[in-house]
Design a protein around this ligand. Structure first.
Ligand SMILES: *Cc1c(COP(=O)(O)O)cnc(C)c1O
Length: 431
């Protein structure tokens, strides 16, 4: 299959090129030329698959022409080697818990899949590939752990000094092997600028193979569709099509769900839930897309002022605001409502939401009020990843899962750099 650029549908490349490049030469995002509808037999059997079997069926629809089936099966089975339960909260509300992977966030799935696909496409290449990622927390840990020990690939994580939580920092600075953490004496925006500068540095790119591991990369985006099918499959009552609510930052997660709908997944309606960084909910309301600088909130993985995957949503709907709003509504909540929701759900149901899940829970609850509909939302991170804020909200200490504890024991190793690009560039050249 070929993949086109959202800036020019005639600019088409192979899957291998789309994944190694990450972004098109004209700075557009890659989209699949065809989105195949899954056969009726898939849907009649949907409750009989395991997570891995189901994901492999979906993976074949995307990648079956470009990756041999045996290799693809291995990639899928290795990437999804942890459970993704759907847990009922209220009678009509469920959470799809995507935080049982190595770093306890949904990004594990895309990162683990991308690492293996990239290794598959570069295995015969004797040149090393360098994956760069700027992070404010979760992306760094998922990417570093996903790519740990993958042959032929080195990873550089750039993070702002004193601006990520202690647990998050440990998750990407203690791994060693092919992972290098760069502690930048600046802000997240500085980290992102330095990474972007490296990608547009043609001279540098002639000497080192660079790729990016955020959700602009298709190999991270598309595998996220697997679990949207899996969430639906686990719903007991399939007589009414559910509403799916996704807590959104760069809008990769919800884009993969919209692609799943194109493949026939019977979702009635989508809710894009955000914190006060509500550029997309505003667009849905007004038809005007106005990016603006992000504001810090307690749901910090969604502090995004110009979501990178918005271009893909426009492309999927041929830029029709009418068509987009038929499928998607927006919802936006302040830190105050997020805190109140965490406390309310914890005391009423004994279930601890993380700040991102709390945004989605509230949005879904309001949408379902007074209807007979049901829905599920995406639990993107384990609450222990936001220990400080969550403990303050519920006024209790929480238990840190063993997997997070073990990161805390590791020894932090990093390279301290300034925000000056040329020094970072020299390190890349001498990798
Ligand atoms: C990355 C992230 C999000 C946002 O996901 P997008 O695909 O960027 O919309 C939401 N919650 C958590 C915990 C995240 O780490």
């Amino acid at each position: 299959m070929r993949y086109y650029s959202t800036n020019n549908r005639n600019l088409r490349v192979s899957l291998k090129e789309a994944i190694i490049k990450g972004i098109a030469d004209d700075k557009g995002l890659f989209m699949p030329e065809h989105i195949a509808t899954l056969p009726a037999s898939f849907y009649t059997n949907i409750e009989n698959f395991s997570l891995q079997e189901m994901s492999f069926e979906v993976a074949k629809a995307f990648f079956g022409e470009d990756i041999e089936h045996d290799a693809l099966k291995k990639i899928v089975y290795e990437s999804l080697n942890f459970p993704i339960p759907l847990v009922q909260l209220d009678t009509n509300i469920h959470i799809l818990e995507l935080f049982h992977g190595p770093t306890l966030a949904f990004k594990d799935i895309g990162a683990r899949f991308m690492a293996r696909v990239l290794a598959y496409f570069t295995k015969d290449q004797n040149e090393e590939i360098i994956v760069l990622a700027a992070t404010s927390g979760d992306t760094g840990s998922a990417v570093a752990n996903g790519f740990l020990g993958v042959p032929g690939i080195k990873v550089g994580i750039l993070y702002p000094k004193n601006k990520v939580s202690a647990i998050q920092e440990k998750q990407f600075t203690t791994l060693g092997k092919n992972i290098t953490a760069f502690e930048v004496d600046g802000t997240f925006d500085d980290c992102q600028r330095m990474v972007k500068q490296a990608f547009t540095d043609d001279k540098l790119r002639q000497q080192v193979n660079l790729t990016s591991a955020n959700s602009i990369n298709l190999a991270r985006l598309l595998p996220q569709a697997f679990y949207h099918f899996w969430g639906y499959a686990q719903l007991k009552d399939k007589t009414r099509n559910p509403i799916l609510c996704v807590p959104s930052g760069n809008f990769g997660n919800i884009t993969s769900a919209l692609i799943a709908k194109r493949m026939g997944l019977p979702i009635q309606h989508f809710i894009a839930a955000t914190n006060i960084n509500d550029v997309v909910p505003q667009y849905l309301k007004t038809a005007v897309y106005e990016p603006r600088p992000s504001v810090q909130t307690i749901a910090n993985a969604m502090d995004v002022g110009d979501p990178s995957n918005f271009a893909r949503i426009l492309d999927l709907y041929n830029t029709s605001h009418f068509a987009i709003t038929k499928d998607i509504s927006g919802a936006t909540y302040s830190d105050k409502t997020i805190s109140a929701t965490i406390a309310e759900v914890y005391h009423r149901l004994g279930y601890l939401l993380d700040p991102h899940g709390a945004v989605a829970y509230t949005a879904l609850k309001r949408a379902l009020r007074g209807t007979n509909d049901q829905g599920y939302f995406i639990g993107t991170a384990h609450p222990a990843k936001f220990k400080e804020s969550v403990e303050e909200i519920i006024g209790e200490e929480i238990v840190i899962p063993e997997r997070l504890q073990s990161f805390l024991k590791g020894e932090k190793k990093n390279i301290e750099i300034s925000t000056e690009y040329s020094a970072f560039r020299d390190i890349l050249l001498n990798h």
